[in-house]
Structure formats: C-alpha cells, structure tokens
Design a protein around this ligand. Sequence first.
Ligand SMILES: [Zn+2]
Length: 465
Amino acid sequence: MDIHFYGATREVTGSCYLLRVGEHHILVDCGLIQGNPQHEEHNRDPFPFEPSEIDAVVLTHAHLDHSGRLPLLVKQGFKGPIHTHRATADLCRIMLEDAGYLNEKDAAWDNRKRERQGKEPVSPLYTQEEARLAHTQFRALEYGKTKKIVPGIKLTLLDAGHILGSAIVKLELKDGNQRRVVVLSGDLGHSGAPILRDPEPVRQADLVVMESTYGNRQHRPWDATWQEMGEILSRARADKGNVLIPAFAVGRTQELLYVFKQHYQEWGLDDWQIFLDSPMAIKATRVYQRHGTVYDARARQILEKVGDPFAMPNLTMSRHSTQSMAINKMDSGAIIIAGSGMCTGGRITHHLKHNAWRKHAHILIVGFQAAGTRGRALVDGADEIHLWGEPVKVKAQVHTIGGLSAHADQKGLMDWYGRFDGRPRVALVHGEPESMQTLASRLHNELQAEVMQPEFGARIDLTRL
Ligand SMILES: [Zn+2]
C-alpha cells in the first residue's frame, strides 16, 4: 500500500499521483506540465508507470494542469473509468477538446516551419478526436457520496471551492487487515469567493497530500477588491473609453459576470454595453448555469429569487468572429471580457490593438500574469506592446486588481489543515519551493504537523505511517 508522487512536486503544474493497494493501481489527476516550451516538452516523456495497468483515475478538477494529460493516458492504453464530479466532467468536455484542437493547430504550425528546415514532422500531443474519446471514460459523481471504485478503495469527493466541480479526494484504502485514509486536497479554493462554497473541512486522515500554491502569501479582503473594481469602473465611465478585461474562460469570467450583476446599479453598469467575447468562456458559463446545486447559499438564493446569476440586460455573448469584429468599431461604452487571460493570444489581442493606444481606454488585469507574457508587460508598465509584429503604444490606463485568486492563501491552508483530528502527516505538493517551505515551517511550528516535501518519483509506504 503506497503512494508515488509523479507530478506537481516542488512546482505547480503536472499533478499526478499513483496509489497502489494490493493488486490495484489508481491515479489521482493526470495534468499537463505547463511553463516555458522546454519544460512543456516533458509532456512527451513516457509515463513513469504503465497506463494499461491503471485500474481507475480520480480527477480533482477540470484545470488542465490536473486533467490535461488524460487523453494521452487513454491514447497510451488506459481503459478504465475516470471518476470526477459531474460539473468537472462537463467542463472537461469543452476544455480537453479545446486543448486537443490547439495541439493540432500548434503541431501544424510547427510542421510548416520544420518542413522548410528539412526536419521530420511532429505529431500533436493528442488530437481533438482523441480528447473526445477520452471523455467517454468519464464517470460523473456527486459530492459526499462514497463509491467503491476498485476492490479495496473507496472514494468520496468533497467540495474544494476552487472552480465549479472542484473536489477534495478522500480515499479509504483496505488491504487485508491494513486500513488507511489518504486525503488529497486538490486545489483548495479561496474562502469567501463568489458563487462557490468554501473548501469543506475533513477530520480523518492518515496522510494529507496538500497544495501549497500560496503557502507564503495572504490575500487581501474581498471587500477591498470589489470596492477597487467599482471605483475603476466609475472612472472609466467618466473617461468615456472602453474597458478591456483579459480573463480566463473558466472561473474568473463567471466570477466577473456574477459580481457585475450583484453591483449592477451601484457601479452604473447599465450605462455600458458588456461583451463576453470568447466562445470558450460562453460555453463554460453555460456549464456554470447548469450546476446551480453546487453554488454557495447566496448564489443559490439569487438563482431561486432572481434567476440566472450571470444574466444582465446589456450583456452580449459574442460567439462568432463577425460579432467580435463589430465590437472593434466602438471607441467608447464597451466593457469587453475576452481571452486569453494573459493576452498571449485570442480575441483580447484584437481588442488591445484597437484600444491600448487610446488614453481614455482602461485595461483591468484580474488574474495571474506569468513572466514573459504580454499581460505581464502591461502589469509592469510597458509603454509599448507588440501585436502581429507591429508595435502598439500603451496609452490606456492599466489597473491590476489584487485579491482575486481561486486559491486558498496561507491562512486558508493552515485553517483547512487545522480541522483534521490528531495532526496527520502532510505531504506538500503544488507549490514553488519558497512557498512550500514557508508553509511547512508554519504547519510544523504552530500545528506540530510532521511535514514532507516529496521530490518527483518519491514513494511513501502507507503501511508505515
Ligand atoms: Zn486549479
């Protein structure tokens, strides 16, 4: 009875854990490795286990750094079920197909270049069709219902409050007379976030595998964040320019729409035309609309009393590129929410071309911007960005709104662990080394936890805990 750490060890992407109980092998998450191109090449490394020998997969949530190698696992021989929350199954249908589509597009682009250089073509990591095929192996579950997934392993999903359908995974293991409980946090949500419930506390475990993304950081209070957003929108209204909001299609976009609806009168949003200009975000919003039963109390109340918590009379969902291009004719009065979230591609780049040089325009940064991206350049105050090889002056006012995070901060992580009985051992994952070390020290010093920081390939013998 053991667990092997095959991803998100001392880094934040590529989550993948193998558990072996007797003859049975299960995997928790099979995520994409993300970062710079050299790092992403590791997605093509052979799995450190035989995919056909895995009996079942448990998926914590739909983000690609947790789900994005599942089609590859299936392509390489995994035939078992993929157990996950039903909202995650719905989100994965659109996200994995989109990933497959982008893989094909990227490979085609690379191959044109490789052909000119006389090199052999590369094949996509997996195709859209392969993603579709992998999705047929998904099995939808509810929170709080225990299911025996293979002999000797019982699974319960608990709400992690990170994105729609996100789950904490509780595994009850039995091999002969040996019994152990392993709890994997998945990505834990940020308490008080809109729409979703706070991460559910768990009491019993022999081992806790816990994320540590913001193990060294505190988020600021939500009220301060909403106040700042309201003030910026009032200023933008006085300036009579457009407002551009680069946003991730799943999670952040729905939070924005929900918060806009909540503050509709207060922020004078009836004076604007609001565009959700992202086919992917539109599809993700439809999934959020279908899963009202997992909303927090406030969002459920809105759903019951007012109806759709994302609908506004002046909100246009622009699916087609012709609709998107029409927005470019507007030089004032438009709030445009579009992807990609870090301005590396997608429709937001067209809107930047048409607005970044206007001094009355405002750009709201509402999500994490990785180093080297156009979004980060905007945050860092670049006075020029390059779009399709052409320089574009940045005269628009750029605002970085703090406090918007889908991850628990240090206090959130400490509080969640603090609810376990008897201080079970902790294995920290999904964090950069500094963040992990800071959290490890606090868990040890203040809560007397025995903390491990496994390296890639590390194994913990669960019978020895
Ligand atoms: Zn996540």
